[in-house]
Design a binder for this molecule. Sequence first.
Ligand SMILES: [Zn+2]
Length: 98
Amino acid sequence: MGSRTRSKNKKEERVPVDDSKLNMGNTYSSPPQYYYDINFDCQDCGVHQVWTAQQQKWWYEEAGGYFFSGAIRCRECRKEEQARKKKARINADHEKDT
Ligand SMILES: [Zn+2]
């Protein structure tokens, strides 16, 4: 007895948004105040993923991710996608040089 009951929910992962660091593009929507864990299925392989609030914060505020880019792929598929884009970019650069 004594100490107050802990919150009824299990610890809900909630991370405050620092909107001064966000890359909002040219949208007029305002960002939410908090990041929450996002559950989604990978667009490419369909595997179930959790994109945690902490990861979102890092992605949007440190990595400069476009705020409304959202989560569509799992880590593995994202890696493949990045490799594909990188290759495409290298090819494009080569074309420019010639
Ligand atoms: Zn995937």
